[in-house]
Design a protein around this ligand. Structure first.
Ligand code: ACO
Length: 181
């Protein structure tokens, strides 16, 4: 098939260079080296990588896609008003998706969908987790279609949220509610 055999695994320290390179290639925003260090070392960040096992040996474990995320306490989040609270279960948390990307030649194979599904599956297994949320720049149609398709709800438009090359751009805030929220 056009879409090869993709595997999903955690991100690890020797993914660092490739992870940085893909971020540079596909995002308009610059991420600091501390961010990449936290991702590959799993410090306060959870992440999944996609790799194509059908590639020749030296590339069969190379990142072709990724999702990175972190925990945010629901009450400290910007969607604290949308969360259903039930203190008997412990302190509610949310998972905030920081970055999601698939290299261009591997797009439209369902890799981003699978990466987001991994996050949702993980979040759903945590009884204190009430949802997964993220920001996306308002003109990113591919990503917006993806989140809508995966049943995320667009709950807010944030004016001038992103500053890129001294220009402001709006963001949409998407949320996927879980565990009865
Ligand atoms: N146009 C319209 N809909 C699209 C497009 C597109 N170009 N790409 C994906 N979709 C939608 C479709 O509904 C698709 O479902 P379908 O195939 O059943 O119709 C669904 O998304 C799933 O598509 P995938 O194949 O899983 O998406 P892909 O692996 O190609 O990755 C992504 C999508 C991550 C947006 C990719 O285009 C990319 O890396 N873009 C550059 C970086 C980026 O924009 N990242 C997201 C920014 S937001 C954030 O990081 C929190």
């Amino acid at each position: 098939s056009l879409c090869p055999s993709i595997h999903y695994r955690p991100i690890k320290p020797n993914d660092l260079d490739r992870l940085e390179q893909i971020h540079r290639d596909i995002f308009p925003i610059k991420y600091e080296s501390e961010f990449f260090q936290s991702v590959v070392n799993g410090v306060d960040i959870i992440s999944w990588a996609a790799v194509d096992r059908s590639r020749p040996d030296d590339h069969s474990d190379e990142l072709i896609g990724f999702v990175t995320a972190k925990f945010v306490l629901a009450k400290d989040s910007e969607i604290d008003d949308l969360v259903h609270y039930d203190s008997s279960k412990g302190e509610e948390t949310l998972i905030y998706i920081l970055t999601l990307g698939v290299v261009e030649t591997y797009r439209n194979c369902g890799i981003a969908r699978s990466l987001i599904s991994e996050v949702i599956k993980y979040a759903s297994g945590l009884s204190v987790c009430r949802g997964v949320y993220l920001h996306v720049i308002a003109h990113n149609n591919a990503a917006i279609c993806l989140y809508k398709r995966l049943m995320f709800r667009c709950v807010r438009r944030l004016h001038g949220f992103y500053l890129i090359k001294r220009q402001h751009f709006d963001a949409f805030l998407f949320v996927y509610f879980i565990n009865g929220s």
